[in-house]
Design a protein around this ligand. Structure first.
Ligand SMILES: NC(=O)c1ccc[n+]([C@@H]2O[C@H](COP(=O)([O-])OP(=O)(O)OC[C@H]3O[C@@H](n4cnc5c(N)ncnc54)[C@H](OP(=O)(O)O)[C@@H]3O)[C@@H](O)[C@H]2O)c1
Length: 340
């Protein structure tokens, strides 16, 4: 149930959202725990984290999120090569059962050297990875277990989906999803009874209408990664502003949009953010809050999971919940401005 009155535009906040057909309900906003994993890299030294982090500040930010009603946290075993899961587990502590914890598997990494060195889509490895994630998170079950290999072969994924059903029967996992931007792949996972959703890229600058249509058709949650376009929609990036050396945005891989050649934020993308500023900052929202409000208005199935590194970001992002979704008129205005 949405809580913005479409007739009067009265803002009364955003209601909790269902995770598809799983029976799990979460705060309309989750917290993405990639950045709090700290620095890690691939064997060629390509940074895969967001630069240095202060673990104590990360823990404080998670505590603040809990106090502000956030009940959904998304991490992955590979973020900071295990570090993000450890920090999240420590921060949740005795409050673990108040929240829905999502993590991911499929990548191979060395915790000692903080290096990603490969992928493994085998069923044997999935069980090994699950056992390790449970230990790092300090829990006996994962609420939402997600396949992190976005381009895995659908036949192999079907085997992994069936294995996830086994994990559910064993009580190790409550529901599962695939992190992929391909609707056809998401549909393969959705054939499983306990598949709750799909994690995919979507933000006000990069819409994903086909994936949202699939979520409607198959009753899946749309878990939104990069909802702030990796910080571009938070409004503090200037054109060509250099990024810290250990930050993935300083040497962006091909899939990372908006930081084209690694010299900082792409001026063309920032121009589009500027054009949207007025509509997104309506209703007393900050730009980041407006970007989240766009996602809630886009579909009742969306659950954005913005990243964070500080208490201030946690407060601003969680503060978006009380301001509710954009209105249908504002959605149309965004499309008009962007020529969609
Ligand atoms: N499945 C996958 O393959 C995949 C891929 C990407 C992400 N994800 C998930 O999605 C989550 C979020 O996506 P994302 O990390 O790509 O990026 P995002 O949420 O679009 O952007 C997050 C970044 O924006 C900045 N930020 C956040 N809140 C802010 C605020 N209130 N004010 C100013 N700046 C703010 C922070 O970076 P700075 O402070 O450094 O600017 C933060 O790390 C991840 O944490 C992860 O859980 C999954």
């Amino acid at each position: 149930m949405e809580t913005t009155d479409r007739t009067t535009d009265t803002i009364t906040g955003t209601a909790p959202r269902a995770l598809g057909r799983s029976g799990l309900s979460v705060s309309p906003l989750g917290f993405g725990c990639w950045a709090i994993g700290g620095e890690w890299q691939d064997p060629d030294g390509q940074p895969l984290g967001w630069g240095k982090v202060d673990d104590e500040e990360s823990v404080r930010a998670i505590h603040r999120a809990l106090d502000l009603g956030v009940t959904f946290f998304d991490t992955a075993d590979v973020y900071g090569t295990g570090h993000s899961e450890r920090v999240l587990g420590r921060a949740l502590g005795k409050r673990r059962d108040e929240v829905v914890v999502a993590t991911k598997w499929g990548n191979l990494f060395d915790e000692r050297t903080r290096t990603l060195y490969g992928q493994d889509a085998s069923t044997e490895y999935a069980r090994t990875a699950l056992t390790a994630s449970l230990a790092r998170l300090g829990t006996d079950h994962i609420d939402l277990y997600q396949l992190h290999l976005s381009d895995a072969h659908p036949e192999r994924a079907a085997e992994l989906r069936d294995l996830c059903e086994e994990f559910v029967r064993e009580g190790l996992v409550r529901a599962y999803a695939w992190s992929t931007d391909d609707p056809a792949r998401a549909a393969v996972f959705a054939e499983g009874e306990h598949c709750a959703g799909v994690q995919h890229a979507i933000n006000v600058l990069q819409d994903a209408p086909e994936m949202l249509a699939l979520c409607d058709e198959l009753n899946l949650a749309s878990i939104n990664r990069s909802p702030l376009a990796m910080g571009l929609l938070a409004g503090k990036r200037r054109a060509r502003q250099p990024l810290e050396a250990g930050d993935i945005r300083s040497r962006p891989p091909a899939w990372l949009k908006g930081f084209a050649d690694g010299s900082g934020a792409d001026p063309e993308w920032l121009g589009r953010v500027d054009a949207l500023r007025d509509v997104l900052t309506s209703g007393g929202r900050t730009l980041a809050q407006g970007a989240l409000a766009w996602l809630w208005a886009r579909s009742p199935r969306t659950v954005p999971i913005p990243g964070f590194r500080s208490v201030a970001q946690a407060e601003e992002n969680a503060g978006a919940i009380g301001k509710g979704p954009l209105t249908a008129g504002q959605l149309a205005e965004v499309d008009r401005i962007l020529g969609r």
